[in-house]
Write a protein that binds this ligand. Sequence first.
Ligand code: FAD
Length: 416
Amino acid sequence: MSPENASPDSVVIVGAGQAGSDTAAALRSRGYAGPVTLIGAEDAVPYQRPPLSKGYLTGAVGRSEVELRPDSFYTTQGIDFVCDDRAVAIDRAARTVTLASGAELSYGALVLATGARPRRIATPGAGLDGVLALRSLADADVLRDHLDRAGHVLVIGGGFIGLEIAATTRARGCEVTVVEAAPRVMGRAVSEPMAEYLTGAHRKEGTRVLLGRSVSALQGDPAGRVRAAQLDDGHRTPADLVVIGVGVLPNTALAAEAGLAVGDGILVDSGLSTSDPHIYAIGDCARFPYGDGMVRLESVQNASDQARHVAARLAGGDPGPYTAVPWFWTDQYTVKLQIAGLTAGHDRAVVAGDPGSGRFTVFCFAGSRLLGAESVNRTADHVITRRLLAAGHTGLTPDVVAQPGFDLKTYQRQPA
Ligand code: FAD
């Protein structure tokens, strides 16, 4: 981190999602007094995405409740919030950003918080009316509108968002089928025992979960509305609403065109600086050092913690390297799954508690080192694991956790 970057004369933030809005807010709460401009491509006040597949879809959560901060916040905090406009070019030598509207903004420091967009599928029929993806509030409004008329929902992809949409639409009384090409759901994100548990939870609620299968074509009626899906095993399933949940791609084009280093995300160092020391990248669009490698995470925790980290730096502090422990959550039916750490790459998963009771934790290890814990309706395990991981030495081993009646709350009270 160069001293000239310590407190820039102005900050421009591209992307008014969780990471962008939190950066602007954290800059002010840390006393940064220079001009702050927040540019958002969407025609909306920055909002939270998690409710879009949960309460907002059922109608339990209203529009104003998803807003991260009221519109007036930006005015009162002296944050210049430019919405419905898009940054289209960065001139790194001149330190300016050009917007689609033609406006040109100078920056002392630039924060890229451009998020991610849904991955598309090339399946025949993917362009039919009623084939949707969910990323934005506008997408959620369209989905809600279709849901009012849908009887059979097909979800392509058994990841976090696909399964949440399956749970929400099933709870609304739709017939729901999930088609997942991998042999298990949430393959990237959770352990085998947890994937099995979730599959069982969905099936118990009456959702059809088809594993190791794919959709070979979507079929429509003469009006161009989706009506059915042809599966790769020859079966046909009715579908008057199809939601594609096959993951996201980071929005890196702006950075790449400016010559910044990218590769499944905008590459940043442990201070969240890109290959240009005046430009930072955070949230879903950023790939950063974690453990022995680099990761790109898609979570509110990651977006918010990285926002606060960069803001602390830009406000003149020295927060050191970014080392926050990742955590995630998902709500599906009555299952509240909370994940502390990154469990991918584990070679041993030890279950504590009884999955049959709907309250248990899977502790995931690489050798004897705890990588993380996946807790269902056991918030205490989640919170304690986060604390232990943050401390850097958990003391937990597979043998300790595998002891009959192991309880993390009791364990952590024991003297080291
Ligand atoms: P985003 O929120 O995607 O914001 C990026 C913004 O930048 C967008 O508004 C985009 O339009 C804008 N933008 C892009 N390019 C430009 C440009 N050139 N100029 C101007 N603006 C631009 N996470 C959890 O932890 N728990 C959950 O339960 C959970 N549920 C989710 C449910 C859904 C339906 C979705 C879609 C996501 C969910 N997530 C969840 C993920 C979480 O919402 C994201 O990780 C988080 O929003 C990332 O924040 P971000 O600011 O990096 O990106």
